[in-house]
Structure formats: C-alpha cells, structure tokens
Design a protein around this ligand. Structure first.
Ligand SMILES: Cc1cc2nc3c(=O)[nH]c(=O)nc-3n(C[C@H](O)[C@H](O)[C@H](O)COP(=O)(O)OP(=O)(O)OC[C@H]3O[C@@H](n4cnc5c(N)ncnc54)[C@H](O)[C@@H]3O)c2cc1C
Length: 482
C-alpha cells in the first residue's frame, strides 16, 4: 500500500491527512500515512486557550466564508451547529487617527469607497485626500503588465492618504505585511483586474456592489448558513474557539500521528524518499507532503533541488504576538461597540491593531466581562516579539490601551501567544516564484507543497491547498506502486 509522509501538523497537514483518508476510501485506493509534527500538539497556528471564563484565540479567530473550503470542512466534520457568525449588527471598525478612534466610514469595500455620503462625511480622510481618491475615476489604468506592490497601486489610484489611513492598516490587519512590499497579484488580484476592466476601482466596486445586491435579491442565496434561511456572515468562528476544528479533525485521523517529532532530513530513493526524524530514526515513504513553513522546507529540500530550496528561502516570514486582556465590563470606559481598531503606521504606536473579541463573537467572555486582543510585531516591530518578556508585553499592551482607549483598570485575565517567524509574506513577484516552485516540485515524483506559504495565508486557502495536494496524490498513485 502506498505510504505518504506529511511534514507539519498545522491546518494544511491535518486537512491533507483527513482528505487523504476520505478520498482513499471514496476511490477505493488504499493509502497509509504518517503525519510528523515537531510540536507536542497539533494545530500549528490554530490554538485556543481558556483563562477563567475567557476563551482566548492565539492565532486565527475566524475564517472568511466567501472562500468555501473551511466552512465545507467544518460541515463534513459535524461542526455545522458549532459555527458562530460575527455579530454584524455591531460591525463598527475604528481607525486611530491623530490619537483618536475614528469610525471607518460605511460603504467601503476592501478599502475602496462605494457610497458617496459616508465617505464625504467621514473625518478620517482630509478634504484634499478625498479629492485625490476621487481622481481614481479619471486616472488611466496602468499600461505595464506584471506585479507591483499594493502600496504603489493604492497610491497611484487613490493617493497617499488612502494608503496610510485605510489600505495600509487594513492590509496590515489581514496580512501583517508592509504594503510597500506586499504583492498586489498574490493578495488582491481583483484590484488589478478591476483597474483594467473598468478603468477605476470606485466604478468597479459600485458595479460589483449592485450586482451582488440584485443577485441576493433575486435568489435570496448567499453562502449556506448553519441556520437554515440565514446567510452566513462574512467571517465565522466556532463556539468554543478555532481549536474545535483541530480537535474534530484529529478525532477523524486513523493514520500514524507522531507528535514532538521533528523531520531533520530528506533523501530521495528510487522510487520514494527516506525521511529522517530527530526522535525515531528514519522512515521510507512513497510521497512527501511539505506542510511545514517554507524556511523549514527549504532546509529539507536543499539536497534534492537547490533551486527550489533557494526560492522557498525567498519567502520572508515576520514575527508577531497576540496579547489578550480580559476585563470586567464595568471597568471599561466604553461599551466596545465595534470589532476593534486598526493603527496606521503614521500614528507611531507599538501595536498594529486591537480586536474587541467579545463584541465580534459571542461566547468569548463571561457575562460581566470583555475580551480585547492586541496585535504586536509585524514587519517593522518584530523586535518587540523577539525581545520582550511576557510581563513586558502585557505592560506594553496595557499602556497602549490606556493611551488609546483610556482603560486604566488592570485586566482580570491575560494571555500572550508568540509567533516567531510565523507569518509568511507575499512580496512582489510571489506568484511567479510560487509557479516556479510548483514546477520544480512537480519534477520530483511524490513531492507536494502545501500550506500558507504559497497561494493564500487564510485557513480556507490552506485547506484548499490540502485538497489540491490530495487530488494530485490520487492521480499519481500508480507511479507509487513498487
Ligand atoms: C496571529 C495570527 C492570526 C491569524 N488570524 C487568521 C484569521 O483570523 N483567519 C485566517 O483564516 N487565518 C489567520 N491566520 C493565518 C492562519 O492561521 C495560518 O496561515 C495557518 O494556520 C497556517 O497553517 P499551516 O498549516 O500552513 O502552517 P502552520 O500552522 O504553521 O503549521 C506548520 C506546522 O509544521 C510544524 N513543523 C515545523 N517544522 C517541522 C519539522 N521539521 N518537522 C515536523 N513538523 C514541523 C510546526 O510545528 C507547525 O505545527 C492567522 C495567523 C496568525 C499567526
């Protein structure tokens, strides 16, 4: 029976194991597998902890429902009735502007204004900045083909103020990335398409908004909700935290799971591979799925294909930390009417953003409690994550909340999670590099690349990468038979 070794037990590795079992059963093609995870637990970046009655996410707190793969997987795993939507009736987002929290104006879609009135009335952008954004309607589309940085694109179409106050913080929030280096084509390819098709982002967003509205009005559909008749919110979580997904996946896995075991070497046999583990010698296998971070994959693949290793090393990673603070509701000077705030670089603060977790989702804090989660680190502030002790990070987080929100009371619960070199960065040219990596990997029979380093950092894309990997494995199975 062919044997597959999956390196890394984050969502990509776990979903690969799950779909391998499933498709192998469906197609009547037996496989065995080993999933090797260096940490003592499965889940990688997905981790939920409970501190008192606060449910605290260390990594992802939700996933986008427009991309169907995570929702689909949750349903398959019997988690449909555990899915919880964001509390959209309180979906206000704020931006720190000159030290004050200013509401992000309504009617924006992905940083582009689609409604005139809220945009015109918002104090977030100066009158000159607004005029400059309006020039998007007349500025001709870019002539050159190919990738550019998100910052260059936004500056060209909407101006520098829109980049600083809107696009920069939004992108930093999603990708923990510096927009000056972030690849437009790997992250928001639709922007480039809109520019070419409509000559203007504002026009394109208005068309897309109208067609979405008439589509939903016509068929009442949207992504299917766990609650029949109700559309899914844009983001969904799980009632007990994202860890439920890891637990449900793990409960299904019947293969060989090796935790606390690090892959330290990979050698090509003919056919197949020999995988060396730091804990228990070697194992021989027909296929290898690399679901570990790209810099780890680079080290392992160096002897097999140095060019592939060099490309993998070019994927930069930055370090971040999330600091969660739980409060008594009555200790807060505000009722946290929103999902939180973003911090533009120009504000020169120590944090990137703050999620008001207990407003964004139910079940995150006790009835008299409120939970806030601050993001620290990223492109220019990695040193904070890498050098500060936990107590210093808590002090930093409290000082920031005091300065920005006027919170002076001490928290009643706190938890920090660090993600050293935990966030892959899709720099300009990323897609071309990924295409070359995929080509080089495809030339090594039985080698697959999966996970957040390549075609999407979000959970749905990581799960999709697992599905694609397993489909590839099913097609190649004949070549594994010895
Ligand atoms: C703070 C934070 C917030 C986020 N928020 C969201 C969000 O809200 N929504 C969303 O969709 N996404 C979010 N993301 C992104 C998303 O969580 C990640 O992109 C995704 O979980 C990565 O999954 P992965 O399986 O590719 O990698 P990982 O989770 O990094 O898993 C890789 C695994 O490989 C293991 N490993 C490493 N080296 C070896 C080795 N030599 N041998 C064996 N095992 C090894 C590691 O221990 C790890 O468990 C967030 C990420 C972070 C850090």
């Amino acid at each position: 029976m062919p044997h597959v070794t999956i390196i890394g037990g984050g969502i990509a590795g776990l979903a690969t194991a799950y779909y391998l079992q499933k498709k192998s059963r469906e197609n009547g093609i037996p496989f065995s597998y080993s999933l090797i995870e260096s940490a003592p637990r499965l889940g990688g970046k997905i981790v939920t902890d409970q501190v008192g009655d606060f449910i605290i996410e260390g990594g992802p707190d939700s996933f986008i429902t427009q991309k169907p793969w995570a929702t689909q997987l949750c349903r398959e795993l019997g988690l449909a009735d555990r899915l919880i939507p964001t509390n959209d009736e309180r979906r206000n987002i704020y931006v720190l502007s000159k030290g004050k929290l200013v509401p992000f104006p309504g009617g924006y879609r992905l940083t582009v204004p689609t409604e005139f009135v809220p945009f015109a009335l918002s104090p977030l952008i100066s009158p000159l900045g607004k005029l400059r954004m309006g020039l998007d309607l007349v500025i001709p589309p870019r002539r050159e083909q190919g990738d550019e940085s998100l910052a260059d694109f936004i500056r060209r179409r909407l101006g520098a103020e829109a980049l600083d106050k809107i696009a920069g913080p939004v992108m930093a929030g999603i990708y923990v990335a510096d927009p000056e280096r972030l690849s437009l084509l790997s992250t928001f390819p639709m922007f480039a398409e809109m520019e070419q098709k409509y000559g203007s982002l504002i026009k394109a967003m208005r068309v897309s908004k109208k067609s979405t509205a008439s589509h939903s009005a016509n068929n009442g559909s949207g992504p299917r909700s766990p609650v029949p008749g109700q559309p899914l919110a844009m983001f969904t979580s799980l009632r007990g935290g994202m860890q439920e997904l890891v637990e449900a996946l793990t409960a299904q896995l019947q293969g060989d799971l090796q935790l606390g075991s690090r892959v330290i070497g990979l050698r090509r046999l003919s056919p197949g591979f020999e995988v060396t583990l730091d804990s228990s010698g070697t194992l021989q296998t027909d296929a290898v799925v690399m679901a570990a971070p790209a810099f780890i994959a680079a080290g392992l693949l160096e002897p097999l294909e140095p060019r592939l290793a060099a490309l993998l090393r070019q994927i930069r990673y930055v370090s971040t930390a999330t600091v969660s603070l739980g409060y008594r509701r009555t200790d807060l000077p505000t009722d946290l009417n929103g999902f939180g705030f973003m911090v533009p670089k120009s504000e020169n603060r120590q944090i990137l953003a703050c999620t008001w977790s207990s407003t964004k989702f139910d079940h995150r804090a006790p009835a008299n409690g409120a939970l806030l989660r601050l993001f620290v680190g990223g492109d220019t502030k990695e040193h904070l994550v890498e050098t500060l002790a936990d107590e210093e990070l808590f002090a930093l987080a409290q000082a920031e909340l005091r300065a920005i929100m006027g919170i002076t009371a001490p928290p009643v619960a706190q938890r920090v999670f660090r993600w050293p070199k935990g966030n892959a960065q899709y720099d300009v040219g990323h897609l071309d590099r990924v295409a070359e990596m995929e080509q080089l990997a495809a030339a090594i029979p039985g080698l697959y690349l999966a996970g957040s380093a390549f075609r999407g950092i979000g959970l749905p894309d990581c799960i999709k990468s697992a599905l694609t990997t397993v489909e590839g494995l099913m097609l190649q199975v004949k070549t594994f038979e010895r």
